[in-house]
Design a binder for this molecule. Structure first.
Ligand code: PLP
Length: 367
């Protein structure tokens, strides 16, 4: 097979063992002689798989009992609507650190008042705003912990005076998270925990069912109400309707890899930090490139860089040079330009070393 170093921003590289085990399960799930896509989701084997997957989430992120772990469809983009539908009674506060955050706020406006507490659009979202104040009368404060397009990240669990809600689509499982500081955490699986098609929601049970004043969508449609999907939690099954079984199975294998092969999220974070530092050191050292994100806000997942002043005309040449060496998915998002290398959990350090070598060789050949 062709050697490809996959730096795609999402969907992204997944652990080889997760892929291999999923292929096996597609033929034969749990020694039943029937493939994972063909079994009933009400068989005990599948119910156990759901429970085991949920337990892996609990073990890896140390999720307290008072929280539900839900696996839904629709992607993070559907959560932009589902979150305010469940939690926005009168007003919500949003931190606008990128287009995903902006899209989330746009949906919230359908349900009530939205206050954008700070916005870094003025500098193409190259930094995370600081020194803003959070309105105490808001029902929740929404943040996007990792800004996938711009390569900025809130790498710590902030103390928030009101309920904190986080879109962690692109940095979930990259570091330990203090779940207790959040009311709700959500994201699409396809950046760090599996293939596209399953969405995770970690939600504190006692924040649900509190919409009293709102005119619209009150009561909530069944599928939109998180409690529908948590209703069977007592039996640890939680399947109101047919879940995306292949996707959840692959998420199970991916999380098993994080837990058993890597050794947990703290260990994962050490590896991610090492990979990230390796690439940022080269971006900062190499005279032909410069990073676009504010240094203190740099993401350890997505690394954005452009040609340094004077070398702008070399952009296409570097792209071709890198492609020739097997680099895939390093083109920057059109709003930032240049390059973006996403070093998600399953991206091996060899891929980062190959990219660094490629940047060094390009500098030698072109300076
Ligand atoms: C990719 C991404 C999304 C969109 O996820 P979908 O599952 O495609 O809807 C939302 N937020 C962030 C931070 C992302 O990286």
């Amino acid at each position: 097979m062709k050697t490809a170093y996959n730096f795609n921003a999402g969907p992204c590289v997944l652990p080889k063992q997760a892929i291999e085990n999923t292929i096996k399960a597609l033929y034969d799930f749990d020694n039943t002689g029937i493939g994972i896509a063909e079994i009933s989701h009400r068989t005990p084997g599948w119910e156990k798989l759901m429970a085991d997957t949920r337990q892996l989430w609990r073990d890896l992120l140390n999720i307290p009992e008072e929280y539900e772990v839900l696996f839904l469809g629709g992607g993070a983009s559907t959560q932009f609507m589902t979150v305010p539908a469940n939690l926005l009674n009168k007003k919500a506060a949003y931190l606008q650190t990128g287009v995903w955050a902006k899209k989330a706020a746009k949906e919230a406006k359908l349900f009530g008042q939205v206050e954008i507490v700070a916005n870094s659009e003025d500098k193409t979202y190259s930094y995370v705003p600081k020194g803003y104040s959070i309105p105490m009368d808001a029902d929740y404060f929404h943040i996007t912990t990792n800004n996938t397009i711009y390569g900025t990240e809130i790498k710590y669990d902030m103390d928030c005076p009101i309920m904190l809600v986080a879109d962690m689509s692109s940095d979930i499982m990259s570091r330990p998270v203090d779940v207790k500081k959040y009311g709700l955490i959500y994201g699409g699986a396809q950046k760090n925990v599996g293939p596209a098609g399953v969405t995770f929601v970690i939600v504190k049970k006692d924040i649900l069912g509190k919409i009293t004043d709102r005119q619209y969508m009150n009561p909530l449609p069944t599928m939109v109400d998180y409690r529908t999907h948590a209703a069977e939690e007592a039996k640890n099954i939680s399947m109101f309707n047919t879940p995306p079984v292949i996707n959840i199975y692959m998420m199970y294998e991916t999380l098993k890899w994080v837990k058993e092969t890597v050794g947990g999220v703290a260990e994962m974070n050490k590896i991610n930090t090492k990979k990230s530092n390796l690439l940022y050191e080269e971006i900062d050292r190499n005279s032909m490139f410069i990073g676009t994100a504010e240094k203190e806000d740099r993401s350890i997942m997505n690394h954005c860089f452009v040609m340094a002043p004077g070398y702008e005309d070399k952009q296409d040449a570097f792209m071709a040079f890198a492609k020739e060496r097997g680099m895939v998915g390093i083109k920057g998002h059109r709003s930032v330009g240049g390059f973006r290398a996403s070093l998600y959990n399953a991206c091996p350090i060899e891929a980062v070393e190959a990219l660094v070598q490629c940047m060094q060789d390009f500098e030698k050949a072109n300076k």
